[in-house]
Design a protein around this ligand. Sequence first.
Ligand code: KIV
Length: 277
Amino acid sequence: MSATARKSAPMPDDIRAMKGDTPIVSLTAYTTPMAQMMDAHCDFVLVGDSVGMVLHGLPSTLGVTMEMMVLHGQAVARGLSTAMMVIDMPFGSYEEGPAHAFRNAARLMSETGAGAVKLEGGVAMADTIAFLVARGIPVMAHIGLTPQSINTLGGYKVQGRGAAGTALIADAQAVADAGAFSVVLEKVPEALADEITGAIDIPTIGIGASSGCDGQILVVDDMLGLFTAFKAKFVKRYAALGADGEAAIAAYAEDVRARRFPGPEHVFGDTAPVARP
Ligand code: KIV
C-alpha cells in the first residue's frame, strides 16, 4: 500500500512484507515540523543520530546521547500519524552487551513511542539483535559504513569493495538470521548492494548503495539542501533551502537596517478596528 493511501502507521512486519513489492520510502527527521512534512510520503521516518551533526554541529555522531535521542524522538513522534518511527540507538548505548542494549532500547521506545530501534553492526551485533527481538523490540540493523565506527573504519569510506564484500554479505545474513526486520546498507558498491538484496529475506534500505535496494533513505537536511557543509556523492538535492534561507535572512537584515520592516501591515493601531455590519 502506498504511504499516501494508508490511514495508520505500518508495523515492522508491514515494512518487512514490502520486500520485493513496493520500494520503501524513508527519510530522517529530528523535529515536529519536518516530521509533519514527510508523514504522508514516507513509510518510516528515522530519528537518526545524524541529529548530532546536522542540528547540533557535532563533528561526528559519537557525541550523541540517549537524552538527545529521547528529546528529538518525542518531537518527531508529535508530527507523525501514518509513518512508522524508527529511532537510532546512540554510540555507547548497546555495544556493551544485550542486557544493556535492552535497557536503552526499551527506554527509547517507551519514552518516544518509536516502533523500532536501529543499531549499527552485523555479525558482532547478531546476539544483541536476537536478544532484543525475543523481548519485543523490533530492530533495524545498519551495516556497511557505520558512522559510529569511523575511528576503526578510518573515515567515511565506501565499504565492502573487493574481498571485503564477503564479510559484508556475512553481516547482512547474520542480522537477518538474528531477526532484524530490515537492514540499512550505507555506502557500499552497487553490485554488492544488489547481491545482498537478493541474498537475504529482509528489506535492504540503501543510502549510497543501489536503486535495486528494497528501499531508500536520505538525511532530510541533505536532500533539502539545508545541510550544506558538504554534499556526499550519494545525495540528490531536491531543493536549495539553505541558500534560499540565507538569502531571505539577508533581505530581512537589509529591511530592518533600512527601516522597511516592520511595514504598516505588521504594526498595531491604538484602537481596535471597528467591526462593520
Ligand atoms: O543517523 C542517520 O541519519 C542514519 C541514516 C544515514 C541511515 O543512520
